[in-house]
Design a protein around this ligand. Sequence first.
Ligand code: MRU
Length: 354
Amino acid sequence: MRSVEPIRWTPEGVVLLDQRRLPGDVIHHTYTDYRELAQAIKDMVIRGAPAIGVAAAMGVALGVERSKAKTLAELRAEFATICDMLARTRPTAVDLFWAIDRFKKRFEALALAEANNGDAGLARIRISLVEEAQKLHQERRDADERIGRFGAELLPKTGRVMTQCNAGALATGGIGTALGVIRMAVEGGYRIEVLVPETRPYLQGSRLTAWELHQDHIPLTLITDNMVGHFLKTGGVSAVVVGADRIARNGDTANKIGTYGIAVLARENKVPFYVAAPISTLDLSIASGDQIPIEERSEEEVTHLAGVRIAPDVHAAHPAFDVTPARFIAAIITERGIARAPFEESLKDFAERP
Ligand code: MRU
C-alpha cells in the first residue's frame, strides 16, 4: 500500500515534505546538516510522533555520516552533541527519545567493535548508523501495517469513524497509525466515512488528514472542533481512533490537544475510543500521564491564522497536547496486538515480547 512519503533518506541528504505548506503546496527540502534537520523538527516541517522518531534517527545518521572527526574520541564527542541537539527539539513525543537512545546503544556497540580499527573502523561506524536509520524507518512502516491489520478488526464494516489531528502517513513515515487502521479497513472492503475535526490551532486535521484521505479517495467530512460533541451524539459515529505521542505505564495517553475532550464525549455517547500507536510510543518509565511533559507552543499560533491576526493583542495559551486518562480508552492498538485494561499488565506484556 503506497502512501505519501514525509521523509526519505537519499545519497544527497534527508528529504522532508514541508508539512507547514500543505495542503496548498507540495514542497520538499533536502537537509545535509543535522542542525538544520533539528530546526526542521522544531518548526514542524515534519511532525507526528513516529515520524519525529524517524527524523531524529536520520538526523543522528546524517550528523555522523558528514562529521569531519578523525578519531573515535572526536566522533564520540560529536555524536553526543548531535544527540543533545536533536533531543531538544520537541518534548512530548517519546519516539524521539526512544530513537536517540537506540542510536546511543548502537554507537557504543560499534565503537567497542571498531576501537582499534582506525579510519576503516570510523567509516564502518558511519555506514552502520546510516543503515540503522533506514532500518528504523522500515520498522515504522512494518509496524503501521500490523497496527492497521489489528485495528481494522475493531471497526464497523460500514459506518462513520472519527479521528483527531493527523496520525497518518505524514505522521509516521508508513501508512499511519490511526489512519493506517482506516486505510487497512478500506482496503479490506469496509465502507467507512471519516469525520475529521480540524484540530485548532495548528489545523493538522483540516490541512493534513483531510488532504491525505482526499488523496487516497477515502470519504471524509471535515468538521470544526466544536462540532465533535454534536456528531458523537447524533452523527452515527461507530468508533473514534486516534494516534498517540506518549503512553504511560497505566495507559494514560498524551495526544494532540483536544483528544481528551473527544474521549470524554465518546464515553458519554457510548462510542468506543481507540488509541493506535507503536511500541516505541510507550513510556513504561513513567507511572501515569501526570508525568508526561506537555509542549507549550507559541501564542501566535492561536492569535493568528495563516499569518492573519484573528484576535486582539491578548495573552493566549497553547498547550500542544493533552492527556486522556486510561479509563476512557477501550483499547490500545499496537503492532504486537490489541492491549486492553488493565493496561499496566497488557502494555508491559507487549513491550516485553520480542
Ligand atoms: O504536534 P504534532 O502534529 O506533532 O502532533 C501529532 C499528534 O498529536 C498525533 O496525533 C500523534 O503524534 C500521533 S501520530 C501517529
